[in-house]
Design a protein around this ligand. Structure first.
Ligand SMILES: [Zn+2]
Length: 208
């Protein structure tokens, strides 16, 4: 398991990469983000083509209301999923108000499923009928809905590194993965545990 250059956990479903989007300190919007960040994410995840993403980048100038509506919907969806996932991690009930923003997107997006080749395997993807801009969030909402529907049996996890806390999907054979990435957080934690042990041993030796 690895973290790529964009800070994404390898193998994560779309909804978790979306929920993990970093927010900038001091930015009052929990989703963090800026319009370019949202568009970058959609381009990276191939929700939009390169051409379409360039067009969307200038939407705040060409159609500020449409851009703001989409941005607020994306924020609402991100917040709702973060609340829902946090509740699932604590084995608590996922409230209807957190599910509603997901359902809202699902409701307005017409489309169909299609198998898509993802470099190494076929995945079931959602092809939305392109009408409103909401369709841009359809695949993220659908992915979030699937995870919520997995419920208590879900392999949703949060990284054990207190400084990381990234959400990931545990697809390991043992289902006991603790870190978003062994290289990123697992090793760091092992090094810290070793240092702690070493200090205790040294202190013990001193007493003797
Ligand atoms: Zn981590």
């Amino acid at each position: 398991m690895n973290i790529d250059g964009n800070g994404r956990v390898a193998g994560n479903p779309l909804c978790l990469d979306f929920a993990n989007l970093p927010y900038r300190p001091g930015d009052p919007r929990p989703h963090g983000g800026s319009w370019p960040q949202l568009i970058d994410f959609m381009a990276e995840k191939r929700i939009v083509s390169g051409e379409k993403s360039e067009e969307l980048r200038t939407l705040p100038e060409s159609d500020p209301r449409a851009a703001e509506t989409l941005f607020l919907q994306a924020e609402r969806l991100g917040d709702a999923m973060r609340y829902a996932f946090a509740a699932m991690l604590k084995n608590q009930r996922v409230h209807r108000e957190w599910v509603e923003p997901i359902n809202e997107i699902l409701r307005v997006t017409e489309g169909h499923d299609e198998l898509e080749w993802h470099g190494d395997r076929w995945r079931l993807g959602f092809l939305a009928k392109e009408e409103g801009l909401e369709w841009l969030l359809a695949a993220i909402a659908r992915s979030g809905a699937e995870l919520v529907a997995e419920g208590a049996a879900s392999r949703l996890r949060r990284c054990s590194n207190a400084n990381c806390h990234m959400l990931f999907y545990d697809d390991s054979r043992t289902h006991r993965r603790r870190w978003c990435s062994m290289a990123h957080c697992g090793n760091r934690s092992k090094v810290a545990a070793f240092a702690r042990r070493h200090t205790i041993e040294k202190a013990g030796a001193h007493h003797a």
